[in-house]
Design a protein around this ligand. Sequence first.
Ligand code: HEC
Ligand code: HEC
Ligand code: HEC
Ligand code: HEC
Length: 156
Amino acid sequence: MGWRFLVGLVAVAITALCPGVSDGEPAPPLRYVGSKACAGCHAAQYDAFMKHSKKAHSCVSLRRMAGKLTPEELTGCFGCHTTGYGKPGGFTSFAATPEMAEAGCEVCHGPGSAHVASQDPADIKGKLTVADCRDCHNDTRVRAFGYKPLLRAGAH
Ligand code: HEC
Ligand code: HEC
Ligand code: HEC
Ligand code: HEC
C-alpha cells in the first residue's frame, strides 16, 4: 500500500466526514425553524406580528374545522395556513410540530436556518415583492391585492 494511496484515502475520508469542505459541495438545504427562533433578535417585529397579524393564528380556524373535513381536505389547507409544510424543518402535524402550525415569519422571509446561525442579512430574504405572497394569496383568493401599499400588511 503506497503513501499516495493512504493520502488519497485520508482525503476521501475528510471529504466524506465534512461535507462542504470540498469545492462544489452543495450547501445543506435551508430548514424552516419557526417564528420563536426569530423573537430574541427581532423582538419588535415578533411582538407586532403576534399581536396584529392574522397569520399568527392561521391554524385556529383549521383546528376548529378539522372535525368537519376529511383528512385529505385538511391536508390541503396546510400549505397556506402553516409554515413550511412538506419542506425541510416545516410543519408535519399539529402533534409533531406545534411551533410550525401557524403561517409564521418564514412564509414571507423564507426558511431561516442559515440566517439564525450566521445573523447575516444576506442569508434571509429581506426584499419582498408581491410575488412572494402569490403562492397563498393566489388569483382565486385575491379580492384586491396591490403592490407596495399592501406589501407591509399582514406582516409587522
Ligand atoms: C441571533 C440573532 C438573529 C436571529 C435569531 C434572527 N435574526 Fe434576522 N437579523 C439579525 C441581524 C443582526 C440582522 C441585520 C441587522 C438588522 O436588520 O436588524 C438581521 C436581519 C434580518 C432581516 C433583514 C434582511 C435584509 O435584507 O435587510 C430579516 C428579514 C430577518 N433578519 C429575518 C429574520 C427571521 C425571519 C428570523 C427567524 C427565522 C431571524 N431573522 C432570526 C439577527 C438575527
Ligand atoms: C404560506 C402562505 C402565505 C404567504 C406566502 C403569504 N400569506 Fe398572507 N395570509 C395567509 C393566510 C393563511 C392568511 C389568513 C390567516 C387567517 O386569517 O387565518 C393570510 C392573511 C393575510 C392578510 C390578512 C390580514 C392580516 O392581518 O393578517 C394580509 C393583509 C396578508 N396575509 C398579506 C400578505 C402579504 C403582503 C404577503 C407577501 C409579502 C403574504 N400575505 C404572504 C397565508 C400566506
Ligand atoms: C392557496 C392557499 C390557501 C389554501 C389552500 C387554504 N387557505 Fe384558508 N386562507 C388563505 C388566505 C390567503 C386567507 C386570507 C383571506 C383571503 O385572502 O382569502 C385565508 C383565510 C381563511 C379563513 C378565514 C379566517 C378569518 O380570520 O376570517 C378560514 C376559516 C380558512 N382560510 C380556512 C381554510 C381551510 C379550512 C382550508 C382547507 C380546506 C384552507 N383555508 C385552505 C389561503 C388558503
Ligand atoms: C406577510 C409577510 C411577512 C411576514 C409574515 C413577516 N414579515 Fe418581516 N417583512 C415583510 C416585509 C414586506 C418587509 C419589508 C421588506 C422591504 O422593505 O422590502 C419585512 C421586513 C422585515 C425586517 C427588516 C426590518 C424591517 O422591519 O423592515 C425584519 C427584521 C423582519 N421583517 C423580520 C420578521 C420577523 C421576525 C417575522 C415574524 C415574527 C416577520 N418578519 C414576518 C413581510 C413579512
